[in-house]
Design a binder for this molecule. Structure first.
Ligand code: GLU
Length: 300
């Protein structure tokens, strides 16, 4: 027999489902949640739920309620408490403060329209960003205008109350971290490309954290050991790995799954009202059949 203490050394797999309550869950979410839950169950692990609701402009309490009800109806069981990110902003503020102390973030005073103009100007400069440089989500990459502001100007503008966001100095963070890799159950060992998104915003006025910062902080806080999520977030893992390194947080294993697409090959979105769990449920489809339906929409 093992001594009692040996149990402590057996790492228990922990997965999570982390929807943003900006709408009703659709078949794409069913697939993702089911994958995360069934992997945890199959491997004797734990399954947690997290509501990523820091974007107060888009998240709604009624969607939170609907998400919980729909997941329960599907037969998923998660551990309580559900982590609601908006209740933990101090954790993200602390992470940002740590990055500020390390000089790895800088205040950016550019408005959205200034960023657009700077991007156009940078594209036409002889040694600027290649024309139309975009991140994998399709957003133009910020040319780094505020990265070079003198320290005194930064301080005085902050003191004056100028609105600003905090951006990661990704090149400096990458230089300090050295070569980073992360493990994906499907893709194997992946070498991080931390500059993929440029200097990402980590916090802005009224929003104390961006998705990138909160997801890294909370995956560590919840001790997630396997992150199951869609392929659309594969590239984001490059920046997540960099943030883990500079914040001294562990890096979970990832499992990025194919996305579900509709008959036109488009990703599910709010427009696909017929394929929300709610609509399927109201039309009399059984939970087990909703889960089975996901197979018909897998991309590829
Ligand atoms: N909240 C994100 C979404 O709803 C998912 C984040 C993640 O799984 O890392 O798309």
């Amino acid at each position: 027999m093992f001594p009692a203490i040996a149990r402590d050394f057996v790492a228990v797999l922990i997965t999570r489902f982390a929807p943003s309550p900006t709408g009703l869950l659709h078949l794409g979410h069913v697939f993702s949640a089911w994958q995360a839950w069934s992997l945890a169950m199959a491997r004797g692990g734990r399954f947690l739920l997290r509501l990523e609701d820091t974007d107060t402009g888009r998240c709604r309490r009624e969607f939170e309620q609907a998400i919980l009800e729909d997941l329960a109806w599907l037969g998923l069981k998660w551990e309580e408490p559900v982590l609601r990110q908006s209740a933990h902003v101090e954790r993200y503020r602390a992470a940002l403060a740590r990055l500020q102390k390390l000089d790895l973030v800088y205040p950016c005073f550019c408005t959205r329209s200034e960023v657009r103009r700077e991007i156009e100007a940078a594209a036409s400069a002889p040694h600027g960003l290649p024309e139309g440089a975009r991140d994998p989500m399709g957003s133009p990459i910020y040319p780094g205008t505020c990265r070079n502001l003198p320290k005194a100007e930064r301080t005085s503008r902050i003191k004056r109350g100028d609105a600003h966001a905090w951006r990661l100095d990704s090149a400096l963070a990458a230089e300090r971290s050295g070569i980073l890799t992360w493990e994906d159950e499907k893709a194997g060992v992946v070498t991080a490309e931390p500059l993929t998104f440029g200097d990402v915003v980590l916090a802005r006025k009224g929003t104390p954290t961006s998705y990138h910062l909160a997801v890294v902080v909370d995956d560590a806080f919840q001790e997630i050991s396997l992150v199951v999520r869609g392929d659309d977030l594969f590239a984001a893992t490059h920046i997540h790995r960099l943030l883990q390194a500079v914040l001294g947080l562990p890096s979970p294993v990832y499992s990025h799954h194919p996305l579900l697409v509709d008959a036109q090959g488009r990703r599910f979105a709010k427009r696909d009202k017929d394929l929300t769990i709610r609509a399927l449920r109201e039309s009399g489809v059984a939970p087990v059949d909703v889960v089975a339906m996901t197979a018909n929409y897998l991309d590829g």
